[in-house]
Design a protein around this ligand. Sequence first.
Ligand code: UDP
Length: 238
Amino acid sequence: MSDTGKKRRVLLKLSGEAFGAGSLGVNPDVISGLAREIAEAAQTVEIAIVVGGGNFFRGAELSQRGMDRGRADYMGMLGTVMNALALQDFLEQAGAETRVQSAIAMTQVAEPYIPRRAERHLEKGRVVIFGAGAGLPYFSTDTVAAQRALEIGAEVVLVAKNGVDGVYSDDPRTNPDAHKIHSITYQDALQRGLKVVDSTAFSLCMDNSMPMRVFGMAPHGNVTAAILGAELGTLVSN
Ligand code: UDP
């Protein structure tokens, strides 16, 4: 909580890959662990979440294999909604109140995306999960995370990564000399072509002075710690 008694508000981005633990679909054990971490932090911090969908479909990959890009992107967005519902379920089992808002109308399963209403939910202590990305093809959920953070007035975008624990000087999977960077400016990250988060997301944050922290979701406890303000991973800012 801040000095004024107002709770801090953060935007957490969870990649779809994490939900699937490396395979297609959702892995309930992984999501339940994540949900417990988020529910714990939600007692003291207002949390909005953007979920990815890479464990189902990525539009760019499907289009390389012959599908129309727009249609493939809509499939990608629908995948994020499945992740949002799975996360909602496990968050509620962990004792958190939640709402899912979708950028594509599907009123039986989620509220429509209404930013003012999302803010009201957050003020009431509910975790708000944003599904269906921006509702627009050619966007990524990283970019949506930046946009939603700006629109709801979050203080930071927390990008929880699967398999990497921050921004590196090069791809650590292919270059053994790659080292982790503790803080970097958006300009530098863009100039050096660091791809841990997509360039549109970096630019949007840069232009609007929104800080971003990129960190690894392992080991268990990292997600709670990052939400509560621990300086994990890499801080990207102006
Ligand atoms: N997507 C989209 N518009 C959006 C957000 C997502 O078209 O606003 C589609 C896009 O095809 C993307 C897929 O949904 O590949 C899944 O999202 P993303 O790749 O960002 O998920 P993550 O890598 O975080 O799991």
